[in-house]
Design a protein around this ligand. Structure first.
Ligand code: AMP
Length: 556
């Protein structure tokens, strides 16, 4: 028997319409400009401009259904407008990661066959030299400050005759502020994002209208980020990194004010933004919070407006949580992936606990929401109990979890065996344990676990323990080959200003917390931990530096 309920598709155009009417006058997107005043636009203005953008893309650039429109942009109001306009008109928003090496960007744009690129002027030095290698790109739309001359003449002459260049503001000026939004099938593609591709070619995840809508509702739920129109969220996590964790769509749906840092991502400007605009929430990866902590330790600032922060993308060291607790800011750990939209877990402890009792829950990756089912696959393929002890590879499924990757124009979706189980669950590549009450603790990436003499050592556990030492600013631990044990841990550490390495003391410091046989005997001080394009420790680089003899390793 079918239900008697209306079958209304869950589409991004409905998020757009709702946000710009119900929250139109009262909620705002504020973009940091680096000038005396940030730029503030109401949701009504943002929605109106998004509608004009859709008209311009269709009428002037001929963008039709399913065509990919790429963005190479910082977090700002224009990028939010693109987030709303492109999917709503039936085209596909393709966010480009501006920190990728140029050859990967070229590969991704060509694979997606993007026809239009919206770009911030400040990123033209990155885009312009690539254009001759991007045969599908016909239009470039530029917004914000930057040197337009980079797009004409010289070695780019070929490309610039093929590519038409538009000014964003001129393009949308005077266009209609209504659009007859198509009634799309909610399962059609709305947006795409490529994984950062630490091994092999990047893989394209294609989000549907339905997945974005449902994910937005989950982000808004109290058990997740729980934001309302009384909140302002500082969205530091880039819009090119899993759609800024889904925040632009989720906040537009709920009337949450957005504070967008644009290109001002350094600790100094971030501290100033927080002090002046007083956001109540923020979202970013741990390396951003490490940097801000150093900044406010050197030059104290009032961060207390920002009562809650969502932190994820890599493991949050408990010592970082403690440091922010002292500043009146609660870091709330979340886990997710490009393939999971990304909200997979959030660590809100169960009700009725004291601060001390909450602590063991806070340092986990968190609890699965109703839309995410999870299981742990053991080494022999059997599924492990949720007993807080049995460690296996996490597999998930749900309405906002990828079931395949984009196969390229005309190609079938790809389902690599190491990424999807035969019954369609996503194999996350993350290894961890789940407690009986559904809290996930990740112990490592499957490829980063140190396999020493048939036993596993968690690199993350060693890193967290090291980063709790007052003289250690950052620590990354990788597996290196060892004749006797197969693999052993190498600890690379960044010391705080003025500290000098005392490896024996560090080892002693770890000894109470970590089993003796797991303690590293190879140590190196490094000036910085190499990071990936989305701010995670790049362990591949550290392993290569070690193999090439570039690290000054001491054995203790
Ligand atoms: P990405 O697709 O670039 O967002 O990367 C996803 C991966 O980041 C996950 O598979 C995890 O390995 C890692 N990750 C994300 N959030 C966390 C977290 N809270 N703790 C530990 N690792 C995380």
């Amino acid at each position: 028997m079918l239900s008697t309920m209306q079958d209304v598709p869950l589409t991004v155009s409905r998020i757009l319409h709702h946000g710009m009417t119900i929250h139109g006058a009262s909620s705002h997107v504020t973009t940091w400009t680096g000038g005396p005043e940030p730029e503030r636009r109401s949701f009504a203005e943002v929605g109106g401009r998004a509608t004009r953008l859709a008209n311009a893309l269709r009428d002037e650039l001929g963008v039709g259904a399913d065509e990919r429109v790429a963005t190479l942009m910082w977090n700002n109001a224009e990028h939010v407008e693109a987030y709303l306009a492109i999917p709503s008109m039936g085209a596909i928003l393709h966010t480009l990661n501006l920190r990728l090496p140029p050859e990967q960007l070229v590969w991704i744009v060509n694979h997606a066959a993007d026809r239009v690129v919206l770009v911030n002027g400040s990123l033209l030095p990155l885009l312009a030299p690539l254009l001759p290698h991007l045969p599908t790109v016909e239009h470039v739309v530029v917004s914000g400050p930057g040197d337009r001359a980079l797009l004409a003449g010289g070695p780019l002459a070929d490309a610039s005759t093929r590519v038409r260049v538009h000014e964003y503001e001129e393009l949308i000026a005077g266009r209609p502020t209504t659009f007859d939004w198509p009634e799309l099938d909610e399962r059609t593609a709305a947006a795409m994002c490529y994984t950062s591709g630490t091994t092999g070619d990047p893989k394209g995840v294609v989000y549907s209208h339905r997945s974005i809508y449902l994910h937005s509702m989950q982000v808004n739920m109290t058990e997740s980020m729980g934001l309302s129109d009384r909140d302002t969220t500082l969205i530091v996590v880039p819009q090119f990194h899993v759609n800024a964790w889904g925040l632009p769509h989720a906040t537009f749906m709920t009337g949450v004010n957005m504070l967008m840092p644009d290109r001002f991502l350094q600790p100094g400007p971030l501290a100033e933004m927080i002090e002046r605009e007083r956001p109540t929430h923020a979202a970013a990866v741990p390396s951003i919070w490490q940097g801000l902590l150093a900044e406010v330790t050197a030059r104290p600032r009032d961060l207390t407006s920002m009562a809650r922060v969502t932190i994820g993308g890599s493991a949050c060291p408990p010592s970082l949580m403690e440091a922010y607790d002292k500043l009146g800011v609660r870091l709330c750990h979340a886990w997710g992936m490009t393939e999971t939209s990304p909200l997979g877990t959030m660590s809100n402890p169960p009700a009725g606990l004291t601060a001390d009792e909450e602590w063991p829950y806070r340092i986990t990756q968190g609890r699965f929401p109703a839309g995410v089912e999870a299981r742990l696959a053991g080494p022999s393929g059997d599924f492990l109990p949720w007993d807080g002890e049995s460690a296996g590879e996490l597999e998930v499924r749900g309405p906002w979890i990828a079931g395949a990757y984009y196969g390229g124009a005309g190609g079938e979706p790809i389902k690599p065996e190491d990424k999807f189980s035969p019954d369609g669950w996503l194999r996350t590549g993350d290894v961890g344990v789940i407690s009986p009450d559904g809290f996930l603790t990740l112990t490592d990436r499957a490829k980063d676990v140190i396999k020493s003499g048939g036993e596993w050592i968690s690199s993350v556990e060693l890193e967290n323990a090291l980063m709790a030492h007052p003289e250690v600013a950052e620590a990354a631990v990788v597996a290196v080959p060892d004749e006797k044990w197969g693999e052993r841990p190498l600890a690379t550490i960044v010391l705080r200003d003025g500290a000098s390495p005392d490896y024996a003391a560090l080892k002693e410091f770890l000894a109470g917390k970590i089993a003796k046989w797991q303690l590293p005997e190879r140590w190196a001080v490094v000036p910085v931990v190499p990071k990936t394009s989305v701010g995670k420790f790049d362990k591949k680089v550290i392993r290569r530096q070690y193999a090439d003899g570039e690290l000054d390793v001491t054995r203790v």
